[in-house]
Design a protein around this ligand. Sequence first.
Ligand code: ZN
Length: 460
Amino acid sequence: MTRPLMRRNVGSESVSFVARGPQSTHPAPRRCPMIGWMKPEEARARCWAAVDARWEDELEFLCQLVRRPSLRGQTNLVQRHIAERLRAHGLEVHEVGIDAGRLHRLRGFSPVDWSYAGLLEVVGVRRGRGCGRSLVLNGHVDVVSPEPVGHWSHDPWGAEICEGRMYGRGAGDMKAGIAAMVAALEAVEASGLELAGDVVLQTVIDEECSGNGTLALLAEGWRGDAAVVPEPMGLTLVSAHPGVLWCRIEVSGRGAHAQSASTAVNPIDKAYLLVGALRQLEAEWNRPDRLHPALASLEHPINFNLGTIHCGDWPSTSPELCVAEMRLAFQPGEEVGWVQQTVRERVAAAADADAWLRQHPPRVSFVGFHAEGCAYDLDTEIAGVVRSNHQALVGRPPDVRPIAATVDNRLFELTFGIPNICYGPVAGQLHAPDEWVDLESLRTTTKVLAGTLVEWCGLA
Ligand SMILES: [Zn+2]
C-alpha cells in the first residue's frame, strides 16, 4: 500500500516520500479492544509466561548482540544478525540505507561528515489482521567506543554475566532494549496470540551522533500509530530532554621548535580560552530562571562536554592547529539555528578580547547532532498502555522524569507527530567503562513490551 505521507511537521518544504511501511488501515487511530475469546488479563498473563519460558533464549540473543562490536561505520555485522533472527521468525525484513541527500530538508536532520555508504538499517514487519493499531518498536545498534579498554574490569565485547548484570559496551545502551523488542513479539506469538495491528521493529544506526537513522526510516514511511523506544531509562517514563548540538572549534597558533616556545602561540591555550567562554554560557543556561520547566527537576540539565581535543604531534614542537569538539545542550523549544548563532557570538566575543585570536579568528562549525530538545505529552494512550503494564507487573506506576541526554523519540514527536514513549531497563556506566544492564529489569521491560503489543495492537 502506498499513500502520501502526513505532511504535518515534516520540514519546511514539501518532500516526495511515500509511505511504504504498514500504516494504520484507519485514518485515525481507534481503539481496537481485545475481542472475543480472551480477557485482557489472561492474554497478558500468557505473554508474560512465554517471556519467562523463553528467557534463556532472550539472554543468549542479547549476548550475541553485545559480542558483535558496532561502533559507527561497523554496524552491519550486528544488523545482519538481527535481520537473520527476524527472518527466521517469519517477519518481513527490509534492509534499508540512509540517503542523507533525501533527508536534509527535514526537521530533525543532522548534517554529518561521515558516510552512510553500504550501512544497513533493519525493519522487521509483522502484518496484523488489519483491524488494529500499528506499533513501532525502535532501537539503535550503534555504540560508542569502549576505549580505553584497559579501564574495564570486564571484556567490553564479552557479554559477561555477573550477579544479575550483563557487562559490555552497548549492553545497556541499547542492545538490551533491542533484545526486549524482539523477544516481546516472539513471546506474544509463542503464546498463540495473533495481533490485529501491524508491528514494525526498527533497528537503526547513528543514534549516538545524529538521529539520522531513525529519521531515514520514518521518512521512508516505516511508521505506525505509536512508538516505544526501550532505551535504558531505569523503568521510568521520559518526560523531557534538552536539545543536543555538536560543535567544532578550530584554532590556529604559531608553530615553532620547542626551544622558542616562549615566542610561539600555542593553540591549545587559545582553545581553552574559548571553551571557558562557552562554560560561562553553560552556567547561564543552567540558572533556575532560565531553565525550561520540564527540565527544572534536574540538578544540571544543560551540559557542555569537551569531548575531544586534537592537537600537536611531537613533544618538542609547538603546534599549529588545535581542533576541539564539544557537545552542547540547550532548552526544549529553542531553535538549533539560534543556539548556533549564540555560540558563534560568544566565541567571537572571547576571540575579540585576545590579541592573537582577534587577528586569527577561530572557525566554528556544527557537524553531527542538531537535535532539538523536547517535552513529551505523557497523557497519550500509548503512555497509558505502557504505564498500566508496568503497574500490573511491578505493583506501582512507573516514575516519570526528564533526562539530560537526547533520545530518538524527538523525531517521532517533533518531525512526524507520532505518539511515543521512551521506557526501558535499568543500566549503568553508559558511555563509560564496565557498562552494564540489570537483567531482571530487562525481563520486566520485555513483559511490558509484550503486554503493550497485545493491548495497543489488539488481538485478532
Ligand atoms: Zn541509547
